[in-house]
Ligand binder design. Structure first.
Ligand code: G6P
Length: 608
């Protein structure tokens, strides 16, 4: 959600910025712009639409010479996507230039104050207020002025700022929105995320909350909000830049789906020691695990769906009551957290604003938070008391696949570990569970290799208007994610229902030919599901079933069947989701949608 890139150094800034912004496209945006200092003044170019429009407009950056610049991809919040509202924003005499990710919540009173002082505004954005406020307080000392402004701004921000009278510096600051800075022999960089700078450097610094950075061509200085200079340790990025490239696949989503066997292995194996589950990063002794009375899982989007699965698995195996909350609800509903409660926040990006706020809410009440996070060094990873990383690597496609699969594994590991410590499963069952966990990567691979079958089926449903996903128990959790995958990338209306709810309203929506995807992997609920499928089929639905190998008689209630290999009933989600991901993917491809960057969506939702 909005991308920032800035450069100061020996290279031409514009091509570096364009290149970096391209690596951040996954964040979602609807316009782009950049500002480059040409030795005398700051030139700004903006363009609505894809980044390539800005690239063409500036001939790949050639028309904007200079070695100092900042750029931005905007995901509109305040004001429609157009050239005026796009970033960078400037003060009236164009000597202060700002790019911003986040929302300045008190921008209206600040704007009114500036209007009274005679300032004019050209855009509808909150960001222009920051540029004008910097102008209002500017005393020739950029750092002092920035700090003064930051103390007056409420909300969230990652900022890149240039002052025309200090052409040898760029300033960066963050609160609530992600920002990193990097350094190479050629210069210094700011960016919303690591892939934007990886081509140039592996040495990055994660900017902490309410930190300000002053970048020069060959040096970076970090400051607190009290203007105290601080020393920071760099992080060396170990993963390969290729991990953020398509590697021959048509789309990032396809590549990432294919990485799932590896992702599952990478998340699983470091926690298996001598055939026992050891989760060192949990920071809990067996006694402390036994004291857990209740688990609260908070998350958004697919991470929430992973949490819903986690509830069934943790409750089923470890017999601990679990409440799963959408983070946006948890943070405002004055949740009841009682002694013995454990809070788990699940997030791929580690930057989701609501999940971060939910963590703060829990911590404020004195509860420790375990983060299940993919992005190393992200805000949630830093703010959670303990972090269990999902080792999925960079995920670029907006629709998550491999990170979701890794989240499931992390939750299974916790459930089996807790079950073992609490002795709610015996040693024999523990070993069987471990065996089945270790089988998952090969089984996922098998399902991926049968992708043609799904592709063939998906081609028939490209014109579908509505699709319903139904399941019971864990299969309901799978349905939620299957439905989201389809709707978010194909724009086909789809809904997931607990199959038992069908008769309470939804069944009236079934018409001749309506596609119903039924997931039935839970043997004890199998017959109930068959009845639900028959009910919709008699009303004209076309039923696609996803079920366990061996359930041959499912054919009497389904028109098309996809079988998943045998696994423990608690782990079926990891397998059943694969055909549903592929189904959403092939429908999206067939419809000619922008698979990796669906309209209106952002990879990392850093505002409310
Ligand atoms: C966005 C993404 C989803 C993701 C959700 C939560 O909506 O498009 O794929 O599930 O945010 O993000 P997180 O990074 O916290 O997992």
């Amino acid at each position: 959600m909005c991308g920032i890139v800035g450069f100061i150094g020996k290279r031409q800034a514009a091509p570096v910025i364009l290149d970096g912004l391209a690596k951040l496209e996954y964040r979602g945006y609807d316009s782009a712009g950049m500002a480059v200092f040409d030795g005398e003044k700051v030139n700004v170019t903006k363009a609505v639409g894809r980044l390539k429009v800005l690239e063409e407009l500036t001939h790949g950056g050639e028309t904007m010479p200079g070695t100092v610049g900042i750029g931005h991809t905007r995901w509109a919040t305040h004001g429609v996507p157009n050239d005026v509202n796009s970033h960078p924003h400037c003060n009236r005499d164009k000597t202060i230039t700002v790019v911003h990710n986040g929302i300045i919540e008190n921008y209206i009173p600040l704007k009114n104050k500036l209007l009274k002082k005679g300032y004019d505004f050209v855009s509808e954005t909150d960001t222009e207020v920051a540029a004008q406020l910097l102008d209002y307080y500017y005393n020739g000392n950029p750092l002092e002025t920035i700090l003064k402004v930051l103390h007056r701004i409420e909300g969230s921000y990652a900022l890149g700022i240039m002052f025309a009278d200090h052409p040898g510096e760029i300033f960066a600051a963050r609160k609530g929105s992600p920002l990193i800075v990097g350094q190479s022999a050629d210069g210094c960089f700011i960016a919303s995320d690591v892939p934007a700078v990886l081509r140039y450097t592996r040495t990055v610094y994660f900017v902490a909350e309410q930190e300000v950075v002053r970048l020069e061509a060959d040096h970076m200085h970090f400051y607190t909000m009290d203007e105290e200079e601080i020393e920071k340790e760099p992080t060396t990025i170990e993963w390969d830049a290729d991990a953020a490239e398509k590697a021959g696949y048509e789309h990032f989503m396809l590549k990432e789906m294919y990485e799932q066997p590896k992702t599952v292995t990478d998340t699983l194996l470091p926690r298996l020691k001598k055939d026992r589950i050891e989760i060192e990063e949990l920071g809990m002794s067996d006694d402390e695990i036994r004291e857990v009375r209740k688990i609260h899982i908070v998350a958004c989007g697919s991470a929430y769906h992973a949490g819903v699965t986690g509830k069934y698995v943790l409750e089923g195996l470890a017999r601990i009551p679990v409440e799963v909350d959408l983070a946006s609800e948890f943070r405002y509903r004055n949740p009841i957290l009682e002694e013995g409660a454990m809070v788990i926040a699940v997030s791929q990006s580690g930057e989701t604003a609501d999940t971060l706020a939910a963590i703060r809410e829990a911590k404020q009440r004195g509860f420790a938070v375990l983060g299940i996070v993919n992005v190393v060094g992200s805000s949630i990873a830093r703010e959670a008391d303990h972090v269990m990383y999902t080792w999925a690597g960079p995920e670029i496609a907006v629709a998550t696949t491999k990170a979701y699969s890794a989240q499931l594994i992390a939750l299974y590991l916790l459930a089996v570990k807790f079950a073992c410590v609490k002795k709610t499963v015996d040693e024999r069952m523990y070993r069987l569970l471990l065996r089945d966990l270790k089988r998952l990567p090969d089984q996922i691979e098998l399902l991926l290799n049968n992708k043609e079958k799904i592709q063939h089926f998906a081609n028939r449903y490209i014109g579908a208007r509505d699709v319903f996903f139904i399941g019971r128990g864990i299969d309901y959790a799978i349905s939620l994610e299957g439905s989201l995958k389809l709707k978010e990338i194909s724009y086909i209306h789809s809904e997931a229902y607990a199959a038992g709810e069908l008769k309470h309203g939804t069944i009236s929506l079934i018409e001749e030919g309506t596609l119903v995807a039924a997931v039935l992997t839970q043997e004890k609920l199998y017959k109930k599901m068959i009845s639900n499928m028959v009910e919709v089929r008699t009303r004209g639905a076309f039923v696609l079933a996803v079920t366990n190998e061996g359930n041959g008689d499912v054919k009497r209630a389904a028109d098309y069947v996809i079988y998943i290999p045998e696994t423990n009933q608690y782990f079926t989600n990891s397998l059943a989701i694969i055909p549903l991901q592929l189904f959403g993917y092939y429908i999206s491809v067939g419809k000619g949608c922008d698979v990796d960057k669906p309209r209106n969506l952002a990879k990392s939702v850093t505002v409310e």
